[in-house]
Design a protein around this ligand. Structure first.
Ligand SMILES: [Zn+2]
Length: 104
């Protein structure tokens, strides 16, 4: 019982230490014509990046991301995968705590 609570609390602490996460994916567009497939005549002037995600109403949202912000937003997306894994582990840990309580 005590060990399952300890395990659960350790996971909750890990989750608390990972507050910076976003859900979504990064796409790149031409910074001039704003299209994924550039239609500019001649050479493209460069790429612009955006994060696309669904908000809590399942509406698709787009946030522009500066090129120098790419590593940071990629890290935040990776953190989201980590947080999801932690939440799954927490669900199992809480079931273990709950079962131990029921057995008493
Ligand atoms: Zn273009």
């Amino acid at each position: 019982m005590k060990s399952s609570i300890r395990k659960r609390n350790a996971l909750a602490e890990k989750l608390a230490m990972c507050p910076e996460f976003v859900r979504g994916s990064i796409t790149s567009i031409c910074s001039t014509c704003k299209r994924a497939r550039c239609i500019c005549p001649g050479k493209s002037s460069g790429m612009a990046y955006r994060l696309t995600y669904k908000d809590r109403h399942q509406k698709t949202r787009t946030v522009y991301v500066r090129a120098d912000q790419l590593p940071r937003i990629r890290k935040m997306i990776a953190n989201y995968a980590h947080v999801r894994k932690l939440v799954d582990q927490l669900v199992e840990a809480n079931i273990d705590v709950f079962k131990a309580e029921t057995r008493r």
